[in-house]
Each structure stands twice: as structure tokens, then as C-alpha cells.
Ligand binder design. Sequence first.
Ligand SMILES: Nc1ncnc2c1ncn2[C@@H]1O[C@H](COP(=O)(O)OP(=O)(O)OP(=O)(O)O)[C@@H](O)[C@H]1O
Ligand SMILES: [Mg+2]
Length: 220
Amino acid sequence: MIVAFIQTKGGVGKTTLAVNLAVERYKRAGRNVLLVDADEQGTATDFSAVRSQRLGATGFVLHQVTGGGVRDQVLALRGSFDDVLIDAGGRDTAALRATLTIADTVVVPFQPRSFDVWTLDKVAALVSEAKFLNPKLCAYAVLNCADPQGQDNLAAAEALAENREISYLDAPLGRRKAFPNCNAIGLCVLESPNPDRKACNELIGLAEKLFRTEPRPSRR
Ligand SMILES: Nc1ncnc2c1ncn2[C@@H]1O[C@H](COP(=O)(O)OP(=O)(O)OP(=O)(O)O)[C@@H](O)[C@H]1O
Ligand SMILES: [Mg+2]
């Protein structure tokens, strides 16, 4: 399955979700995972370097690619992996458009704030255009940095009701220090020395809804 993390807005959690789910997939689901860093910023690559230094290996294969080359390179590699996760960066780029032509699913993280909600219409237009070339494409919006309480989460989810291209996936992640703390040391929240149970459960809940597979024991 090819899952891409996209948003034309920056800083919404694309890389955080991509790297955490890459680790979750191989550790909990025993999948052979390719993590593609298609963002020129190279944050997923930096995470992988820190991880590799800390653990000796990442557990997934990292492939860095920029521009439209993402399409041919991922198509050439995908047969060797169970799951391909693509961090497609935070702007409307050639890499993002190429990613949309090959993904099975796109995850569009958004925060429960109007500026984020407004960008979803722009992302929906890109998804709609990509479907001419890639009719199987499914797009899900996932709330990230959700509020612990209040009406804003619900209002943000409801704002999607009229979006014809992007469905709301009810697996929100709260704003939790565990995510930046673990990002900084190359770990998934599931691997933290002091795991934040809520962050772990939210990540697992998202993975299970997104991949709809039963966890299997790790191969490693
Ligand atoms: N659920 C969360 N709780 C707390 N902090 C978070 C959460 N998700 C992401 N962050 C933090 O928010 C910041 C932005 O996240 P991230 O880099 O993953 O976003 P991005 O969409 O990949 O950004 P860019 O567009 O720059 O690539 C990071 O500092 C990250 O650690
Ligand atoms: Mg990023």
C-alpha cells in the first residue's frame, strides 16, 4: 500500500505522522517498510539519520528523492516492500503532484484551526485533478494537535462534511509533547523510554484505521 502524507500548508505534522507510522508498521505489523522522503527539507531523512545513529539501524528503508522523479522511483521500488510511506512536503510541488499520481491513500493532517481547515479545499482540488490519472486515490484528513477538549475539534471535522474529495478519518492525535520529544531522538512514540500511553494509543488507532490490518508479531 502506498500512503502519502500531504498538505499544501507547512508544519501540520506530515513528517511526524510518516516517521511514527513507518516505525509502527514494521514493529507492530511486521511489515517491510519503505519511507520515501520527497520533501526537499529532508526532515524524514534527518530523523532516520538520528535513529540509525542511536539504534544502529532504522528498521525501515529510507529513500530520498526530489521533484517529479518520485513517481518512477517509487514505482520501481514498491514491489520490494509491503508498505510505502511518502512524506511529500508542505507546498504544491512537482514531488507532491507526482506523489498523487501513484498513491493509494493520502493522509492530510490538519489542526483544528480555520487557516488549516481553509487549506483543505486547495488540497481537495489537487486530489480531484490527480484522480484523472489515479482513480483509486483515497484522501483522508486526520486531526493532528487536536485540543484536549472544546468544540474546535468537532467543528473542524464537520467542516469536512461538504468536501467531496477528502473524508474525515476519526483517529485524531492530541497535542502531546511525546511527539516532538521522540522526533528529536529518532524514536517513534511507541519506543519512548517513558511512553505516553495516550500518544501511543492514538498512533495505534490511526494505524489500524488507515491500514485496516491486524497487528502481527514483529519479524525482528
Ligand atoms: N501531535 C503532536 N503534538 C505535539 N507536537 C506535534 C504533533 N505533531 C507534530 N508536532 C510538532 O509540530 C512540528 C511540525 O511537525 P512536522 O515537522 O511533522 O510537520 P510537517 O507538516 O512535516 O512540517 P513541514 O511542512 O515543515 O514539513 C514539529 O515540531 C513536531 O514535533
Ligand atoms: Mg515535514
